[in-house]
Design a protein around this ligand. Structure first.
Ligand code: FAD
Length: 416
């Protein structure tokens, strides 16, 4: 196969990049390892036609998020604020309001404080919390809150990185939104009119300045340039080999990829034999379930677990009694209900994802810059991992990175 540009990966970043290049008149081919587009945007559609649930990216952050324009404002709904919010702590299930009682600060206010005032010196969020939290319980709740929002342990998270990412992302505005019909509408729309080879993982990218070959099990695609949008550990683990003229930049890039792990993530939709009486979100401080949701009148319970809770949930779903016990703790209405179906997304063990997303870790800014930099005006890099510490590692960051890589490439081609 031949093309002007090869894009590796049909997630938000790869599709945004390929679309931009195609609108400029370039012949683009996208190689995607999975048999679907969207990457970490992955929607569960109940068999009875009920409302979809998200197994990957959950919500669209911000009223000015580009997703609104891309899917059409009429397709967007506001995530309801007035739902029953519960918290599980030491095995007890209580109203979430308990987190703000007795002069304790709820974790979302603590996190907002960090965004505003990270302190003059970079340190771990864990150390920052130890200096801020007045009780053991407040610290424990806050640490789990950060684990679930950032898919990383607070001891590894950088205060400067978290704060800078938030500040860099204020362009998207406030509020949380959902795409009616499912988040997967976004990649499906972006993929329209693109040439995409699905189920075709790129095993090797070979390049010399101005020429690239992508080797897959089906054959070779040749092009003038390539944009790599895969999570860095896919390269670090050798699932995608990048080879070229021996140079320090290539070695440094591969070394950078080894220092950019994604945080663990595991999601599960449990379909029960009975419907939920109320719409509830539960935050599991005990670290076994992450955030757990159900909707009034629907039989599904959705678990979205990150960091340590992802591994705990991964183990729990293997045992039917353990899963029922966890369900009863986080959603007491499920007691005695039959489990009629289970659909999981194991992001941490998925070879094409390797985790949920890339949190700003202490000391990793250099690796992010090295990974994101173009090589020999021929290989370009995008994906949420490339925005670390300057934008949030979410869909808007992935889209922006795809646009940025397309701009870099267009500039180079214009000067050739
Ligand atoms: C549980 C969870 C919750 C999240 N919550 C939110 C949220 O609420 N809001 C939000 O905005 N974001 C959220 N995110 C993050 C968001 O999903 C990601 O930031 C975004 O989807 C990343 O897009 P990307 O294009 O950078 O990467 P990906 O979507 O991972 O795309 C990369 C693509 O490359 C493909 N690939 C990998 N290796 C190869 C290869 N060798 N050859 C060919 N193709 C390859 C992959 O299959 C994949 O399709 C969440 C993610 C998870 C997992």
């Amino acid at each position: 196969m031949r093309a002007d540009v090869i894009v590796v990966g049909a997630g938000a970043a790869g599709l945004a990049c390929a679309g931009r290049l195609r609108r400029e008149g370039l012949d683009v081919v996208v190689h995607e390892a999975r048999d679907r587009v969207g990457g970490r945007i992955h929607t569960f559609h109940p068999a009875d036609g009920g409302p979809p649930l998200e197994l990957g990216a959950q919500v669209v952050h911000g009223a000015r998020n580009p997703v609104h324009a891309l899917v059409g404002a009429d397709r967007m709904t506001t995530v309801p604020r007035r739902i029953t919010a519960r918290v599980v702590q030491d095995g007890g299930n209580q109203d979430m309001g308990v987190l703000g009682q007795d002069r304790r600060r709820p974790p979302w206010l603590l996190e907002a404080g960090l965004h505003r005032e990270p302190g003059s010196q970079d340190r771990s969020v864990g150390a920052w919390l130890r200096a801020r939290c007045t009780t053991h319980r407040e610290g424990r709740v806050a640490r789990e809150w950060f684990r679930q929002n950032w898919a990383a342990d607070p001891e590894e998270l950088s205060t400067a990185g978290v704060s800078d990412a938030h500040r860099g992302d204020t362009v998207v505005g406030e509020g949380e939104f959902a795409v009616r019909g499912g988040f997967d509408r976004l990649p499906l729309l972006l993929a329209q009119d693109l040439r995409i080879a699905l189920g075709d993982p790129v095993q090797e990218i070979r390049y010399t300045p101005g020429r690239v070959e992508a080797g897959t099990a089906r054959g070779t695609t040749g092009a003038l340039a390539a944009v790599i949008t895969v999570p860095p550990p896919v390269v670090a683990r050798g699932r995608l080999r990048v080879t070229g003229p021996a140079c320090a930049e290539l070695d440094a890039k591969i070394a950078a990829a080894t220092r950019m792990p994604l945080g663990d993530g595991y999601c599960a939709v449990v379909t029960l034999g009975r419907a939920a009486p109320d719409t509830v979100i539960t935050f599991d401080v005990d670290g076994r379930g992450g955030f757990v949701r159900c909707s009034a009148g629907r039989p599904e319970v959705l678990f979205v677990a990150k960091a340590g809770a992802a591994d705990a949930l991964r183990a729990t779903v293997r045992s039917a009694p353990a899963l029922s016990a966890l369900l009863e703790t986080v959603m007491p209405w499920t007691a005695g209900a039959r489990v009629a179906g289970l659909t999981t997304a194991d992001w941490g063990r998925d070879p094409w994802a390797t985790g949920a997303f890339t949190a700003p870790r202490i000391g990793c800014e250099g690796a992010v810059r090295t990974w994101a930099a173009p090589l020999d005006d021929t290989l370009f890099f995008a994906g949420e991992a490339t925005v670390g510490g300057s934008r949030l590692p979410w869909v808007q960051g992935a889209l922006a990175s795809g646009e940025r890589a397309a701009e870099e490439l267009l500039k180079v081609l214009a000067n050739r």
